[in-house]
Design a protein around this ligand. Structure first.
Ligand code: C5P
Length: 402
């Protein structure tokens, strides 16, 4: 999510959970700034948020935020949206009535940006008619209120008032910004490399980091789609707001993909699926003995080719990671696998391929058109791929004969 998010932390015990919110938003690509009330700074040190976000944290109306001349105006200008989490009853009352007695509340009133509020407090405080009336005032003015969860509260009681889990808060922020290009559509993305067991300890793997596929899944969520990400091996944190399915071997990935295929509008198959697997993986760890060891490999199912045969109205997108004759090989795969378009790249080129954050790709369409892209971040390329899938699904781009 390439957005500027201003998080306002008020003085509730749940403030510690917002450290994870800031961290997740930052990892998803957002530029995050944090402002805190003095009470909040009693619960979590501003320094923690500073380290997590890489940005100075503002608490005082006067004195800190050295680069900001008029701090509350600068913070309000910075934000694409303001998230208040946790929001105390005191904050809700002040925001409802326009009281501006510290940096945080002054920034809120100085802002015309979207306001997302995650209240968190004891159930009686939440249910108090004053709090409910304040929430209604804020709602009527367009604030998005994230309903508190029900469960155990810090005060030892149980009831409504818990701050929602950080993933849920982040998903709500992500959803708020979705472009809507894929709203109502379900998209299946595969990513990462498959892991083919040799014995319980070793495996055959590949250099795929999962980065391209995770970016595509993120871009699909950002376009408003319901997204299923089926991932082989990857060290990355899954993007927010999607169904995440972790698999190991190609055979397992095939099953997971086929289980979703009938219900999806498009499949983007960016996983690096092993072409072969070990015929008889050993049940116990193979011991070192002879000088040579021979593994017999058998061919894995070609998942995308199978989907190409089953395809009804689904858009199918494949990847061709090559080391030579990139366009020729890619075209061949497009036809063999009955794809709508294929994303081809030379994985040996500098700034392209495995693990790096950039890619240099071409898109080859059914019908033969080729789009050559300059070097760009995988996030940007993912946005381009998702735009094209959205164009095909909305009819802005025609389905072409092979
Ligand atoms: O044939 P090749 O492996 O080069 O094709 C690459 C494309 O096919 C990728 O989109 C990859 O995810 C998919 N694929 C697959 N099943 C395989 C091998 C590749 O779905 N066994």
């Amino acid at each position: 999510m390439q957005k500027n998010i201003l998080i306002g932390v008020t003085g509730g015990i749940a403030a510690y959970k917002v450290v994870e919110v800031a961290s997740r938003l930052k990892k998803s690509g957002a530029n995050v700034r944090v402002m805190m009330t003095r009470n909040a700074a009693e619960f979590v040190s501003p320094r923690t948020f500073q380290e997590i976000t890489g940005n100075a944290v503002s608490v005082e109306m006067f004195g800190d935020a050295a680069n900001f001349h008029v701090a509350h105006i600068a913070l309000a200008d910075f934000a694409d949206a303001i998230l208040i989490a946790p929001a105390t009853a005191n904050f809700l009352a002040k925001a409802a009535y326009g009281i501006a007695d510290d940096l945080l509340t002054t920034t809120v009133i100085a802002s015309d940006k979207p306001l997302l509020i995650a209240p968190s407090m004891n159930t009686k405080m939440f249910d108090n008619p004053a709090t409910q009336a304040n929430l209604n005032i804020l709602r009527e003015r367009g604030a998005i209120i994230l309903e508190p969860a029900t469960g155990e509260l810090a005060c030892g009681t149980s009831g409504k008032g818990r701050l929602p889990e950080p993933v849920e808060i982040c998903a709500a922020v992500e959803k708020f910004f979705d472009s809507g290009n894929l709203r109502g559509k379900k998209i299946l993305v595969t990513a990462g490399g498959t892991v083919e067991a040799i014995d319980p300890v070793r495996y055959i793997g590949n250099r795929s980091s999962g980065r391209m596929g995770y970016e595509i899944a993120r871009a699909a969520v950002a376009a408003g789609a319901e997204v299923v990400l089926i991932s082989g091996k990857s060290e990355l944190e899954p993007p927010l707001g999607l169904k995440f399915v972790k698999v190991e071997a190609a055979v397992e990935m095939r099953e997971a993909v086929l289980a979703e295929f009938d219900s999806v509008d498009a499949v983007i198959m960016s996983a690096a699926v092993a072409d072969y697997r070990v015929k008889n993986p050993a049940a116990q760890k193979i011991k070192k003995s002879a000088d040579t060891l021979t593994l017999e490999l058998v061919k894995n199912p070609d998942i995308l080719r199978e989907l190409g045969g089953l395809k009804k109205s689904q858009v199918l997108v494949g990847f061709a990671a090559e080391t030579q004759n990139v366009l020729d090989y890619a075209r061949k795969k497009l036809v063999e696998k009955n794809l709508d378009f294929i994303v081809a790249n030379d994985v040996t080129a500098a700034g392209a391929g495995f693990s790096v954050a950039t890619n240099i790709a071409s898109i080859i369409w059914r019908g033969g058109d080729v789009e050559n892209f300059p070097k760009m971040s995988k996030a940007e390329l993912a946005d381009k791929i998702i735009e094209r899938v959205a164009d095909l699904l909305s009819g802005d781009k025609k389905f072409l004969p092979l």
